[in-house]
Design a protein. Structure first.
Length: 646
């Protein structure tokens, strides 16, 4: 990093240089600043060293407020300006987008009776479609209330704080309440959640969390080393024995690696992860052991710190090699991978413009110049169009319609003033049409493709956001708010509050998780899959002839030695798979909330790029599971125990 041309008003800049992979020169970020030290232009490389550079501009008014900003663009392209307006107190009052749509902000003093400080600051936001949201702050800057206008009905969320500014309570628009207590150091001692129940927390003299008790009575204990690094995490269910969730070891020496200060082994009964690090402090080798199988991932980086090759073992797969390393653009973004990706082009703002795969199939993305959201995704092989979705949006960016190659790929959507989906209409199949209704607290009360209504407890009852029945199906939950039965499935949960088993018809699926909390095994009567990491699937059905499926790139799937390519829509949902010759091997579309419409689709990666488990009918979203048919998560929302940031 260095200053260049300091003292020259037209060209003085702070420039940060970093080496590019494969000795291809340097990436840079050049920040031009004015006499007041304000950055007014940021310049970065283009797609090639000789190509037009990228620039992003900011203008200021005479009071140093940001007057307008322009999206990153290539030199020579027209700027798309977003313009701001302020009042006498330098408060934002209006923002005009490049397409002339705008949102306004009304600043005022609000009355909040019954509080120690009744005169509060409030801002009413009127968005590009005229929808209003009023946010009220305390004089300390904490959000006291959020009121959304739903066509004349006000949806109000209120919050309370103690004298130290810690959140003590939340009441949602339906009247359900959360409460929190703290010690004098600000550590949370308890959280009472209408869906999760009451949880309590214990800390040591160093303010480290050492114990947590959930609503089921399960106690989680944590231990640390002298550097405050987690060494052991166990959980004991009420009346049960302690189960090791994570046991960590640090600083284990290994020749040729830089392991000091790093996590080197993490283990539990389900899996062991061993890590070795390079000089950049990044993982250079990862060995994942599940049962008797060990899978190895080796990542090679050059002096730039960027990966130039990844090798998977056993059943070797190389994504880049020393002889044919991964190639990058002048802006340090992946351009190609020999045998997998022929080329990748990017927009000025870094979004993918076009990617061509080694099988000759190409996907191109089109964006709105003034708003920068996706308006079209086209996948083609030569002159043959395989997939073509065009997206119509309103001024908030909500998709109001999708036009595909066929009427079955075409949809229209409707929303309410709270941005909740109210209708979904498939133009080719009326059986997929549906409408949605919601309560004031956002509970989904009906979905026309699901028979019957969603019935919920009263707002002050336990689990007011979890339906007790959906149509004729009764729903049951444990004390933590986890779904335990829904009329067709029976679910159990482990000591760490993770889905453990799902029984459906005559099949029971057992799920196991590694020391980092990620799923490592899915086993049922019919099949078992191991997951050493998020990019690997192993079928161990035949010992010694295991089938390895790797995803070295989000769009590349390799089964054994056979290559396949995943083609996605605007949500990164996998819509189509092609083989090494470019032929389509399978395709699917999705209903609202991610229900897969082709039940024979075999690729596990599915809606929004996450794994779908056909054995359970659930989407695995890493932290949680979701039922795409009901449109609900099966555990309670853990975010409700946090500070509910809007």
């Amino acid at each position: 990093t260095r200053f260049e041309n300091e003292g020259n008003p037209a060209s003085q800049a702070l420039v940060k240089y970093t080496p590019l992979p494969n000795g291809a020169g340097e990436d840079f970020t050049r920040s031009y600043y004015d006499g007041l030290g304000r950055v007014y232009r940021v310049e970065t490389p283009g797609e090639t060293a000789a190509g037009p550079r990228r620039i992003a501009d900011t203008d200021y008014d005479q009071r140093s407020n940001v007057l307008r900003t322009a999206f990153p663009r290539f030199v020579g392209d027209a700027a798309q300006w977003t313009t701001n307006f302020y009042d006498w107190n330098d408060r934002l009052v209006r923002t005009v987008n490049p397409d002339s749509s705008q949102r306004t902000y009304l600043n005022e003093l609000a009355t909040a009776t019954g509080t120690p400080n009744p005169r509060l600051n409030a801002v009413t936001l009127t968005d590009e479609l005229g929808h209003q949201t009023k946010t009220t702050w305390t004089t300390h800057g904490d959000i006291a209330a959020i009121a959304r206008d739903l066509g004349g009905l006000t949806l109000l969320e209120s919050r309370g704080y103690d004298v130290l500014g810690k959140l003590t309570g939340v009441t949602d628009p339906g009247g359900s309440s959360w409460s929190y207590t703290y010690d004098m150091l600000g550590n949370r001692l308890s959280a009472t959640d209408p869906d999760l129940g009451t949880w309590s927390y214990v800390y040591d003299a160093a303010n480290r969390l050492v114990s947590q008790t959930d609503a089921r009575g399960t106690v989680t204990n944590l231990a640390y080393d002298q550097m405050d690094r987690l060494t052991l995490k166990t959980a004991t269910a009420s009346g049960g024995s302690a189960v090791t969730l994570t046991q960590n070891t640090y600083d284990q020496a290994a020749a040729g690696f830089q392991n000091i200060g790093q996590l080197t082994t993490s283990t539990n009964p389900a899996a062991t992860q061993a890590y070795k690090y390079d000089g950049f402090g990044k993982v250079a080798r990862q060995d994942a052991t599940i049962g008797t199988l060990t899978h190895t991932t080796i990542t090679t980086r050059d002096a730039s710190g960027q990966p130039i090759a990844t090798q998977y073992l056993p059943v070797e797969l190389d994504f880049g090699t020393s002889a044919a390393p991964l190639q990058y653009t002048a802006a340090n973004k992946l351009a190609s991978a020999s045998g997998f990706i022929t080329s990748t082009l990017y927009e000025a703002d870094g979004q993918t413009k076009e990617i061509t795969y080694a099988n000759g199939v190409k996907t191109a993305f089109t964006y709105s110049p003034p708003r920068r959201w996706v308006t079209r995704v086209t996948t083609s092989r030569g002159a043959t169009i395989l997939l073509d979705d065009q997206y119509a949006r309103d001024n908030l960016g909500r998709i109001t319609g999708t036009t595909g190659l066929t009427s079955a790929d075409s949809w229209t959507y409707g929303y309410d003033n709270a941005d909740r989906l109210t209708s979904s209409d498939n133009l080719g199949d009326n059986t997929l049409d549906e409408t949605f209704a919601y309560a004031a607290n956002d509970n989904l009360t009906s979905r026309s493709r699901v028979a019957g209504t969603y019935t919920y407890p009263a707002a002050t009852s336990p689990r007011p956001h979890a339906p007790t029945s959906v149509g004729a199906n009764a729903m049951a939950y444990d004390a933590n708010g986890n779904l335990t039965s829904d009329g067709s499935r029976t679910l159990t949960w482990d000591e760490a509050n993770r889905l453990k088993t799902v029984s459906l018809a005559s099949n029971t699926v057992n799920l196991s998780y590694g020391p980092d909390g990620a799923r490592v095994k899915k086993a049922s009567t019919f099949a078992t899959t191991l997951y050493p990491d998020a990019s690997v699937e192993i079928d161990p059905a035949i010992p010694g002839a295991e089938v390895y499926t790797r995803y070295p790139h989000p769009d590349v799937k390799v089964v054994g030695a056979a290559k396949f390519f995943l083609h996605r829509d605007h949500l990164a949902s996998v819509r189509m798979v092609t083989d090494n010759s470019g032929a389509i091997t399978e395709a699917t579309n999705y209903a609202s909330y991610g229900e897969r419409l082709n039940s024979g689709f075999q690729t596990q990666k599915s809606y929004i790029g996450e794994r779908f488990d056909p054995e359970t009918g659930l989407l695995y979203l890493n932290a949680r599971y979701m039922d795409p048919v009901l449109g609900r998560f099966v555990p309670a929302d853990p975010g409700e125990t946090k500070e509910r940031n809007p």
